[in-house]
Design a protein around this ligand. Structure first.
Ligand code: PLP
Length: 401
């Protein structure tokens, strides 16, 4: 039989995460891609620059991570930055441009966009992106960028990426989606119409709470041109060692997040209907207002959830004081389970009015569910909730189930 060899099938994302770049070392055949810490690279001669010259501009370890993330997100290329905030800042526009951002985006994003707008570096408007009329009105002002973050932090609201991207494009705006909460294992915004995907790689992609980093992934080859020059000029590229560690984390992304979201679902069900709990926010619950949208748009419901305790800050103190497995800390997406109190931690800089509008109450707690045994995590929550009930002020009503 004659003819060319069949084209190898595209690799499954699990294979890309586990094996992209494995066994490609030409020098010694190292199986794990080597770490290149060098800040500078030798020229081959005068006017003969090699593939790399200076690590602020480009570095092989950073490029290996960029290539892997671009493949996982279905994009054409990626830039690796020193933090998630640096990645968001790269989406910066010109002075005449308008950015439309979610009213309930990550507080650091809100603060950064508002601060740059206050310095007249661009204009920003924050809208409830689940409100079709508010989005339509904002798009009438011809923004250059629509920034989406779904699910939102900390209330796990979900918005329709495909529909928003279609409307934004009709209005001439580029679309960037912060995919930090789900990772490409559970959501691929480029397939839904996004031009850019942004990550805090600090979270699920690295997954071990030992690196702060970020990434911007572009849907099409020209998408990174301006950003890349800007990144080199401002020096916001991630450190090679951080890229190496993050790629090591990416290797286990799929099994980690699959197991973590399975446990998160069990914890959400446990919390629903508990007498100490007022509300549970988890898109995997059929009662969640965007359950159907999340089921359609995501490949899973994720491992983040939040819930509201009855009894406000006092109840939060009693709950957290009884925990032995969850750690009270900011951040998310690591192998260890964390609990955060948005009002006094991640969202403390917001005005009380803005917090009230965003639905962040004193009793709200956010969980990042890790890889510990489900039984230990359930027992920990149970102990916390018992403590809340035991510390209830005398005469407080016990809600009827
Ligand atoms: N985007 C989201 C959704 C986040 O939760 C965070 C941090 O918590 C960031 C961006 C910022 O990332 P970093 O802390 O890596 O700068």
């Amino acid at each position: 039989m004659t003819g060319s060899a069949p084209k190898p099938p595209a690799k499954a994302p699990e294979t890309v995460a586990a094996a992209n770049g494995i066994g490609t070392d030409a020098a010694f055949g190292a199986v794990a891609p080597p770490l290149y810490l060098s800040s500078t690279f030798a020229f081959e001669g005068v006017e003969r620059e090699g593939p790399y010259a200076y690590s602020r501009a480009a570095n092989p370890s950073r490029d290996m991570l960029a290539d892997t993330l671009a493949k996982l997100e279905g994009g054409a290329g990626a830039l690796i930055t020193a933090s998630g905030m640096a990645a968001i800042d790269l989406s910066r526009r010109g002075a005449d441009d308008l950015v439309v951002a979610p009213h309930d985006c990550y507080w650091g994003t809100y603060r950064l966009l508002a601060a740059r707008a206050a310095r007249r570096q661009f204009s920003v408007v924050f809208v409830d992106q689940a409100d079709e009329l508010a989005v339509a009105l904002a798009l009438e002002d011809s923004p250059s960028l629509l920034l989406i973050e779904t699910p939102s932090n900390p209330l796990m609201r979900v918005v329709d990426i495909a529909s928003l991207a279609e409307q934004a494009k009709a209005a001439g705006a580029a679309v960037a989606v912060d995919n930090t909460f789900l990772s490409p294992a559970l959501q691929q915004p480029i397939r839904l119409g996004a031009d850019y995907v942004i990550h805090s790689t600090t979270k699920y992609l690295n997954g071990h709470s030992d690196v702060v980093g970020g990434a911007v992934i572009a849907a099409y080859p020209g998408g990174l041109e301006g950003l890349s020059t800007w990144g080199t000029s401002t020096g916001v590229g991630g450190a090679p060692f951080d890229a190496y560690l993050t790629l090591r984390g990416v290797r286990s992304l799929f099994p980690r997040i699959e197991r973590q979201q399975q446990t998160a679902g069990a914890l959400a069900i446990f919390l629903v209907g508990h007498p100490a709990v007022k509300a549970v926010h988890y898109p995997g619950l059929p009662s969640h207002p965007s359950h159907a949208l999340a089921a359609r748009q995501q490949r899973g419901f994720g491992a983040m959830l939040s819930f509201e305790l009855r009894g406000g800050l006092e109840a939060v103190r009693a709950f957290v004081g009884a925990l032995r497995v969850f750690t009270l800390a900011e951040s998310l997406g690591g192998i260890e389970s964390l609990v955060a109190h948005p009002e006094t931690m991640t969202h403390v800089g917001m005005s009380p009015e803005a917090r009230a509008t965003a639905g962040i109450t004193s009793g709200l707690l956010r969980l990042s569910v890790g890889l510990e045994a489900e039984t230990d995590l359930l027992a920990d929550l149970d102990a916390g909730l018992h403590s809340v009930l035991a510390n209830r002020p005398a005469g407080a009503a016990v809600p009827v189930q």
